[in-house]
Write a protein that binds this ligand. Structure first.
Ligand code: GDP
Ligand code: IMO
Ligand code: MG
Length: 423
């Protein structure tokens, strides 16, 4: 049985959590493959909004198993908070949540290091969520990290101490004058580790291999977005993992030839939170409207998201890098009421017109070239079938499908589970 992937094609927050929740009924296993609590995946149903950071977005369904894969980095403290939230809604997570032994742990000192590194960068800061993501992946690739499986060994606290001591020396080196009480942080950390240890740890690559043999249906859930990918994103303003399709292979141990559908999620416009180039960013009333109507505030940090028109140059790049087979357009409802919609179809780059993403996309290097389209005024949020779509929305969708050479199979018209239209 094949594995399907779902991932974000822009700078994150495309609505991955919502769609994973919508699709979970078709799957046996939902598996997160990278990132950590820098992610904030929002789901809405029965009038309640839930935000997940590390736990896969299939957790509210009874049937599916939810797996935190080896490519994920886990902060036990945040993880415990997520579990406590689930308990409030009587979700029996213990029976359906599995953790890969090979997933790495975010230590309290990783979080401090993240803050120290950002402070030392001054104006050039990444705009990190300060969850310790960069330092944890650095320790992973530097071969110093502590993994979930290590918690089952008797000497893990010794290894913890050695690494934390080293981190403290590094924090001093940054001279960022960050105040922290490690003892207090460690108390929370060790308590949360005990909670983590009450869950089931598995050799997840083997588990997924067997599941595939048994014909189980697996959906891999990505975090962040393709333009935040450590290799293919707007480096250095990126996260520290591979957010693109290849990340699902390394982050779960799924072979490339086992992947069938790649669902690429994008907003009908563009947003970005944190620093870094964003060619179609708006600083006018249109951008302000998108932010207000779309309620564009980070689900993890609460920071306002920067907003702009849809960038097809960047989107095409993401479709190519991921091998997207189906597109899902989110937040179409937010564009209702604009007389004219703009879509960036090319860049002016060094005096030339180009339609691919160049190495440098800073404002001094690229100017977006827009195609204008007629907007629609109808409220989409109450619609339940594509036959109700206004003509201009259909034209917008068909234009994107043609440009991206990929079908748009879902159009989302509101945050709720039910506000999802299949085409
Ligand atoms: P994720 O990180 O990709 O899961 O996305 P986030 O949860 O960070 O951000 C998406 C936000 O948009 C959340 O607040 C969702 O509830 C909301 N959302 C998702 N789909 C739609 C939609 O079609 N319309 C509107 N108005 N909001 C949506
Ligand atoms: P989801 O899964 C949007 C951004 C941060 C910052 C950069 C690096 O909800 O789509 P990090 O904490 O990883 O060192 O931050 O990446 N970022 C996200 N932006 N959605 C996310 O996740 C993000 N995760 C990280 O704002 O610019
Ligand atoms: Mg998010």
């Amino acid at each position: 049985m094949a594995v399907n992937l779902l991932l974000g094609l822009q700078w994150g927050d495309e609505g991955k959590g919502k769609i994973v929740d919508v699709l979970t009924k078709n799957y046996d296993i939902i598996a997160r493959f990278q990132g950590g609590p820098n992610a904030g995946h929002t789901l809405e149903f029965d009038g309640i909004k839930h935000v997940l950071h590390t736990i896969p977005s299939g957790i509210f369904h009874d049937k599916a198993v939810n797996l935190v894969g080896n490519g994920v980095v886990i902060d036990p403290v945040i993880f415990k908070k997520e579990l406590d939230n689930l308990a409030k809604f009587n979700i029996d997570y213990k029976s359906k949540l599995l953790i890969s032994r090979k997933a790495h742990l975010i230590l309290p000192t990783h979080r401090i290091l993240d803050a120290a590194s950002e402070a030392s960068k001054g104006k050039a800061k990444i705009g990190s969520t300060l969850k310790g993501i960069g330092p944890t992946y650095m320790d992973k690739t530097g071969r110093n990290g502590i993994r979930v499986g290590d918690l089952e060994l008797s000497d893990w606290k010794e290894r913890y101490r050695n690494l934390a001591n080293k981190h403290e020396a590094m924090i001093d080196f940054y001279d960022a004058k960050i105040e922290y009480d490690l003892q207090e942080l460690e108390q929370d950390f060790f308590e949360a580790v005990e909670t983590l240890k009450s869950l089931t740890f598995i050799d997840s690559e083997e588990y997924l291999h067997k599941a595939q043999k048994e014909g189980k249906k697996i959906l891999a859930e990505g975090a962040q977005g393709s333009l935040l990918d450590i290799d293919f994103g707007t480096y250095p303003f990126v996260t520290s993992s591979n957010t693109t399709a290849a990340g699902a292979c390394t982050g779960l141990g799924v072979a490339p030839n086992k992947i069938k559908e790649v669902f690429g999620i994008f907003k009908a416009y563009t947003t970005r939170v944190g620093s870094g180039p964003f060619p179609t960013e708006l600083f006018d009333e249109d951008g302000e409207t998108m932010g207000r109507v779309g309620n564009e505030f980070g689900a993890t940090t609460g920071r306002p998201r920067r907003c702009g028109w849809l960038d097809l140059v960047a989107l095409k790049y993401a479709v190519h890098v991921n091998g997207v087979t189906q597109l899902m357009m989110m937040k179409g409802d937010v564009l209702s009421g604009f007389n004219t919609l703009k879509v960036c179809t090319a860049y002016k780059y060094k005096g030339e017109t180009i339609d691919h993403l160049p190495y440098n996309i800073e404002p001094e290097n690229v100017t977006p070239i827009y195609t204008e389209m007629k907007g629609w005024s109808e409220d989409l949020t109450k619609m339940s079938d594509k036959s109700e779509f206004p003509k201009e929305l259909n034209e917008y969708i068909e234009f994107l499908e043609k440009e991206l050479e990929t079908p748009i199979t879902i159009v989302s018209v509101g945050p709720d589970r039910t506000q999802t239209i299949h085409r």
